[in-house]
Design a protein. Structure first.
Length: 296
């Protein structure tokens, strides 16, 4: 018995890296998996899963293309009869400082991450709403899942990544929006920030595989959390954000009021805000926040 027996999943950007690990792990837990990638690695990964005894089909296309995203959802339904789990993962980097970044770097990264999350989520939601209507008022709806992919850059603001950090921050907000909107369709929506050695990160020597002991940055370490969030055991978990690496899972609270001041039924003046400043920061540092992620 696998944790995902009978489920149908899509993983975008599953041709390599973290996405490939998710697809292989979901398949090993019993899910039938649609392997989306913009490259021909989609076919290679799907064939590897089938060779290992799992169920998988390749879908070559861009997660950020409206037409490809619609075809991706249809591929899951026409091949495996339904869709329960959407893992939005596809993406790439085009890093540059704010003064050096050009328009194409901005557009490409915002497109692949932000629209690349929204387009498949939109068409999955369209399908799930239609299914709920077919089942009728009061019916027990199947459990559905969206698992999004942010980054510590989206949580904390990575220098050199205006495009990527902004898009990944937007994905955290999109997760909250969709968690609220899709609750009535029995869809949970959560977001993870992975940290792993992949073609995206392997240039950084800190990710190097150790000669002995636990391989902390093996991308496969991230996938059990995705399978857990996809499983029926996580039906009460929604609108939540996690950093996942190695043997660690960190639950985040990206939107929290830390301190408040009120003017008292009148508009603030600048002098009033100057006077209230110490209370607003209450001894906490007021400069650029320290990086909040776990140490390497
Ligand atoms: N590796 C890390 O430490 C890390 C850290 C934070 C966030 N992430 C995020 O995790 C996700 C996976 O990253 P990774 O490290 O495995 O990267 P990767 O580069 O190894 O793999 C990304 C995959 O996405 C595919 N892809 C790119 N554009 C696509 C598109 N438009 N449509 C479909 N597929 C497309 C690529 O072909 C590739 O196979 C990304 O969203 C990334 O931002 C990774």
């Amino acid at each position: 018995m696998g944790a995902l027996d009978g489920k149908v999943a899509i993983v975008t950007g599953a041709g390599q890296g973290v996405g490939r690990c998710h697809a292989e792990f979901l398949a090993s837990e019993g899910a039938a998996v649609v392997i989306n990638d913009i490259t021909d690695r989609a076919e290679i990964v799907a064939a590897a899963i089938v060779d290992a005894g799992g169920r998988a089909v390749a879908h070559r296309g861009s997660a950020s293309s409206w037409a490809d995203a619609e075809a991706l959802i249809q591929c899951a339904v026409s091949t495996f009869g339904d869709l329960h789990i959407l893992v939005n993962n596809a993406g790439f980097l085009r890093d540059a400082m704010v003064f050096s970044m050009d328009e194409s770097q901005w557009d490409a990264v915002v497109d692949v991450h932000l629209k690349g999350h929204f387009a498949p989520s939109h068409f999955a939601a369209v399908y799930w709403r239609a299914q709920a209507k077919l089942l009728g008022e009061g019916a027990v709806l199947p459990q559905r899942r969206i698992i999004n992919t942010t980054s510590e850059s989206g949580l904390f603001g990575g220098p050199g990544q205006s495009n990527y950090g902004s898009a990944k921050g937007g994905i955290i907000t999109m997760t909250l929006v969709h968690a609220r909107e899709l609750q009535r369709l029995n869809v949970t929506v959560n977001v993870i920030a992975p940290r792993a050695r992949t073609p995206m990160t392997e240039v950084n020597p800190k990710f190097t595989k150790p000669e002995t002991g636990f391989d902390k940055y093996d991308p496969a370490n991230v996938s059990p959390m995705v399978a857990f969030l996809a499983s029926d055991a996580a039906s009460d978990v929604s609108g939540q954000a996690f950093i996942v690496l190695g043997d660690q899972v960190h639950r985040m609270q990206p939107t929290t009021i830390l301190a408040s001041v009120t003017a008292g039924a009148t508009q603030w003046s600048v002098d009033g805000l100057i006077a209230a400043k110490d209370q607003l920061f209450a001894g906490a540092p007021s400069g650029v926040p320290v990086w909040g992620g776990p140490p390497m």
